[in-house]
Design a protein around this ligand. Sequence first.
Ligand code: NI
Length: 266
Amino acid sequence: MEAQVIFDRLWAGYTSQNPHVRKVYEAFTAHGESVVNDHIAFRTFDDPRIGVDVLARPFLASGYVEKGEYVFESKHLFAKHYEHPSMKDAPRVFISQLVSRDFSPFLQQTVQALVNAIPEGLLQSPELIYSGRQWGSLSYQVYQKLREESEYAAWLYVWGFCANHFTVSVNHLQKLSSLEQVNSFLKDHGFTLNDSGGEIKGTPAELLEQSSTMAGRQLISFVEGDYEVPACYYEFARRYPDTDGKLYSGFIAKSADKIFESTDNK
Ligand code: NI
């Protein structure tokens, strides 16, 4: 399948589930900007039935190739990123997975039960990446218990398979040329930024600067009742040229660590 078809479908799901993302996008376009994506990101568990390599399949089938591997020690995550060698302005695809062996037997057993509940046919299907939560009703008690160990696990328990975030390429913007300008623009329009570790993660010397909105909160039905929980966020990235003169294309584990906190339930 053509990569653009995949991204259009992911974007439709992402913006319908996250109204603030559409508003940010519309603020950019009203400002005369055309938005190009730097990358899109997914989250998953490290069970081999749904791990990074499984979620990557539809992208590999549409011409993407593996480019980099990352370890996020404090968040207990492993990730890979993928690029399309020939499609113009193709976003990078970033897929992370929770390293479950680093967590309690409760978390590990919960993950296994969730994956066991996914229909067998879906595990083999390119539809998996759009399929959201596939484990039936949610328990708020389980959600809270997962949160105590990993906000990432709790987020994944509620939302399942979908784009966790899209990322605007600041390099492609015409008028807002720095991340500082982008952040001011967003705040002037009333959006809340993730300021964990400062609004801007990374430095020009590290060749990548990123910022993000805080995830919007959505009312979710749990078996115990309805509770508001964080959904998805929107990210902004500015890349700098490496010594070879080409824009750096990878990711910085130290910076992304704080970006992951955009979905913390505060
Ligand atoms: Ni990102």
